[in-house]
Design a protein. Sequence first.
Length: 121
Amino acid sequence: MYSLPQEIEVWYIIPAIRKELAKLFVKTHQLSYEKAGAILGISKAAISQYISNKRATKFKLPEAIKKEVAKSAKKLIKQPNQAPMEIEKILKIIRSKRCSCDLCKKYNPEIIKLCHKKSIC
């Protein structure tokens, strides 16, 4: 059995991006859990779980991607309705740099055998 790459993104990568954004919103930009949740389209309880490491623990964003997420967080403070576009932008960077390869090797070994490109993260 295998998962589509999009399933890997939904189950592991998007939550990791949201977690990093949540941490930045709350810890760096001093937003409330409620405001951070409103920007990301999730509940304040979900923000709490991201902050306390109860969610999104299986994929760690590389430092280069965290820098991109930090840029997006600054943009989203000013334009909160742009979150879906910013998350998609980060996903495109992750795809282009093949940062999900290690995750695929772990959770999707049947598909990774077909992939011959090397990750640069």
